[in-house]
Ligand binder design. Structure first.
Ligand SMILES: NC(=O)c1ccc[n+]([C@@H]2O[C@H](COP(=O)([O-])OP(=O)(O)OC[C@H]3O[C@@H](n4cnc5c(N)ncnc54)[C@H](O)[C@@H]3O)[C@@H](O)[C@H]2O)c1
Length: 379
């Protein structure tokens, strides 16, 4: 049986994580990569045979089943459109696109062409979050009455911290919300099965001007520049958001990329009429179950205790931690399985889910601008 042929576009922080996760599957080859700078050097380092700096050239020349798009947000739409038009299946990084209109076009093209099209909302693939979804589906928590939490990081704390994410023409109208809030919203809807119906948001931009280092920079790089230029900032560092869900549940989420000491804390707290559950990415193997009349429980990853659909997402025995790279592997495995067998059960985010995320981010942005609750349009 021939292996699936894939290419990765954009070889910064997350593109390299994609290559590593793809290779762990065993039945998919990374046959080419494309990245705008030092593509040959990166291909040699990663042992990828073909390398390009122009994605069109790569898609015209290579025979590909899949492309992984790991470039800054503004290029998601043109690259994914080109790939889909060429009949290539797509795994796209989040947020799906820069605008809702672009997301609609991409979702339409993927549907018309009957191609597999996924957005990498990998938080769905931790055994604990997946198990939480199963518990909620079985009504273990009772009726869901609240969904709250946060997503906080500190990598943009200083005025000299820089990434393309600070530029709204590359990142989109929202920054912290699109970059990390989109993960929280997808996880909240995915685990609870509820839909966000209305949002009310308050944004804060801490520094109206920041210092951009001169020269090339990569996301989360430790390299510091000696020379800077001043740039104006028109996107939020911090967002506080109220949510109303379609079953009447309410909740709030605090999003910040300037919260010292919190590296990548995505926390989800779901309250039901019978019990509650809490998950935090920084202890991603644990699901905390809360009770009123008996002791709380901490359920750690264990295939024997997470029987059902979650079992398939567990690669190693209990006591052998699985985390961020494993969630990528499990997500990609399901996407590729769907390509090989259209009837295989999947729970990855497809382009319809990605588009929904874009609509919610847009509603959050409009709410912050208009200082009022904004309804999320149904798909
Ligand atoms: N799912 C996640 O948890 C997660 C985490 C980090 C980043 N992301 C997403 O991944 C994407 C990339 O983020 P990053 O942190 O890796 O950025 P990065 O700046 O580290 O890397 C981007 C890479 O894309 C290349 N590039 C830019 N434009 C290109 C083009 N037109 N053609 C080919 N290559 C191009 C750059 O040279 C660079 O190597 C973003 O959309 C981001 O939101 C997702």
């Amino acid at each position: 049986m021939r292996k699936v042929r894939s290419a990765v576009i954009g070889l910064g922080f997350i593109g390299i994580a994609h290559i590593e996760a793809i290779r762990r599957l065993g039945y998919v080859d990374v046959v080419a990569l494309c990245t705008t700078s030092r593509s040959r050097e990166k291909a040699e380092k990663l042992f990828v045979d073909s390398y390009y700096s122009d994605y069109k050239e790569m898609l015209n020349r290579e025979e590909l089943d899949f492309v992984h798009i790991c470039t800054p947000n503004a290029s998601h739409y043109p690259i994914a459109s080109y790939a889909l038009e060429k009949g290539v299946n797509v795994i796209l990084e989040k947020p799906m696109t820069l605008t809702v209109e672009e997301g609609e076009k991409l979702a339409g093209t993927a549907e018309e062409r009957g191609l597999v099209a996924a957005v990498n909302f990998h938080n769905r693939f931790y055994p604990a979050t997946h198990h939480l979804r199963e518990k909620i589906r079985k009504d273990d928590l009772g009726r869901i009455i609240s969904v709250s939490g946060c997503y906080v990081q500190d990598w943009l704390l200083y005025r000299t911290d820089y990434s393309w994410r600070l530029l709204s023409d590359i990142s989109g109208a929202t920054r912290a919300v699109a970059d990390i809030g989109s993960h929280w919203v997808d996880l909240a809807e995915y685990t609870t099965g509820l839909k966000v119906s209305e949002v009310m948001a308050d944004f804060q931009t801490v520094y109206e001007k920041r210092k951009k280092p001169l020269g090339e920079s990569q996301s989360f790089s430790r390299k510091k520049s000696e020379t800077y230029e001043e740039i104006s900032i028109n996107t939020e560092d911090i967002a506080s958001i109220l949510f109303r869900f379609d079953n009447g549940a309410t909740g709030c989420c605090f999003i910040s990329q300037m919260f010292a000491g919190k590296k990548n804390r995505i926390q989800l707290m779901v309250g039901g009429t019978e019990s509650s559950a809490e998950w935090n990415m920084e202890n991603q193997e644990e699901l905390i179950l809360g009770f009123r009349d008996r002791g709380n429980e901490v359920l750690t990853k264990d295939a024997r205790l997470m029987a059902g659909e979650t079992e398939a997402l567990i690669g190693y025995p209990a006591g052998h931690p699985e985390g961020f790279p494993d969630a990528f592997k499990q997500c990609f495995n399901q996407v590729y399985q769907r390509f090989l067998d259209p009837d295989s059960p999947v729970c990855y985010a497809d382009f319809t889910d990605g588009l929904r995320g874009m609509r919610i981010c847009e509603a959050i942005h409009n709410s912050a601008v208009e200082h009022r609750f904004v309804k999320v349009e149904d798909l």
